[in-house]
Design a protein around this ligand. Structure first.
Ligand code: SF4
Length: 379
């Protein structure tokens, strides 16, 4: 199983309780962003373009715990920014673990090896390491030569120290499905518990606007990557979300499924968009115009979005929404399919890697307001 049984049980009982209470909208994972600064400056990132005084601000442990208690989700994901740059991150993680929250601390792993001793292995804690593909692809994606090797060193150190380690791979236009599949092999070989894969979101603030995937291209790419999968691959995403990426399911977005709390407060409506902030979780739920979001709403900002933070909660809700949904999902967990697909195999065999664009390197260090783009390598 891609997650421990205790975690699956905790999540299942939580969702069933929400259903029995008749809650139409309930959160599943809190996206807790305790800081925005980062030690990378990826071209596809929409989180690090704030002025210096914002990038220097951190949520305190107390603010983090208050947010966790307000929304009550069984899982907490800590993205950023780079959480390991937060001086009180060990205290925040320890406090969440003490509250029996399943924590996914998202990290680019550049500092993982040196900071590992500040954390204790626990079934409640996973390091979710951001690795966007094999060495060349990852370094291109994070605009940092050598980034892959450092991240993988961190992964190996954390696995050896007994931590749960998962990975988070974001794919953009130009990704090579054959290389992504080889990347899955590499991750399984180093002992990661399970993997997550998702298309990138078209942040309008991101410096590089040329490599985001449209929906049709995303489905084609994910069909090539995730069909005919190896039995050795373990994913921690819901099987129906995986099918959604491959074009086999159609889910509307559930923007309240993974609410985001940061130094600005509760972000409306989702992790990706910023249409204002609420002071409390209740205010977020009650004052957001949810009908304005998701593909069906016609909102152009949602038109190409297939990201897991908007759509995986939809798969989970379908799972528990009816007996049929429950039985279909239970079968998929008990007898996981390799998704045999001759057409996808042909697609894979005929896929030609696109001519790579020059690496977009952000010249200024993260933490400054005006990042400057510069092409640093041809191909
Ligand atoms: S479709 Fe994407 S961008 Fe739109 S609300 Fe959902 S998660 Fe946010």
């Amino acid at each position: 199983m891609a997650v421990p049984v205790s975690q699956a049980w905790t999540v299942a009982t939580y969702v069933l309780k929400q259903k029995l209470m008749g809650r139409k909208r309930y959160p599943l994972v809190l996206m807790l962003e305790p800081l925005f600064r980062c030690n990378l400056a990826c071209a596809g990132c929409g989180k690090i373009q704030y002025p210096a005084h914002i990038l220097k601000t951190d949520l305190s442990p107390e603010e983090c715990f208050k947010a966790v208690e307000e929304c009550g989700t069984p899982m907490v994901s800590i993205p950023g920014g780079e959480p390991l740059l937060h001086p009180q991150m060990p205290e925040i993680v320890a406090g969440l673990v003490a509250r029996k929250k399943y924590v996914y601390m998202c990290t680019n792993a550049l500092l993982l090896k040196e900071k590992l001793h500040l954390f204790k292995p626990s079934k409640y804690l996973s390091f979710s390491v951001h690795v966007d593909g094999q060495r060349e692809h990852h370094d291109f994606s994070v605009c940092r030569e050598g980034g892959y090797d450092i991240a993988m060193e961190g992964v190996r150190a954390a696995v050896a120290a007994g931590f749960r380690v998962t990975t988070n791979t974001t794919l953009f236009d130009g990704a090579d499905p054959n290389s992504v599949r080889a990347h899955f092999d590499e991750l399984m070989e180093v002992g990661v518990e399970s993997m997550m894969v998702s298309p990138g979101y078209t942040y309008d603030k991101a410096p590089d606007q040329n490599h985001f995937l449209g929906k049709a291209k995303s489905r084609r790419m994910f069909r090539a990557i995730l069909s005919n999968r190896k039995k050795s691959w373990r994913f921690n995403t819901h099987p129906l979300f995986s099918e959604f990426l491959m074009g086999k399911q159609n889910f509307e977005c559930t923007p309240w499924g993974m609410p985001t709390f940061s130094i600005f407060g509760w972000q409306k409506p989702c992790y990706l968009l910023q249409d204002g902030y609420a002071d409390t979780f209740q205010e977020l739920m009650e004052t957001t115009n949810w009908q304005n979001y998701g593909a069906k709403s016609g909102n152009p900002q949602c038109a190409n979005c297939m990201v897991h933070s908007g759509h995986e909660a939809s798969a989970v809700d379908y799972n528990f929404g009816s007996l049929k949904g429950f039985l279909i999902t239970a079968k998929k967990y008990m007898f996981p399919s390799t998704y045999p697909d001759e057409g996808a195999m042909k697609l894979l065999n005929e896929w030609r890697p696109e001519h790579a664009s020059p690496l977009v390197q952000i010249k200024a260090s993260a933490g400054t307001a005006n990042n400057e783009l510069q092409s640093v390598s041809g191909d």
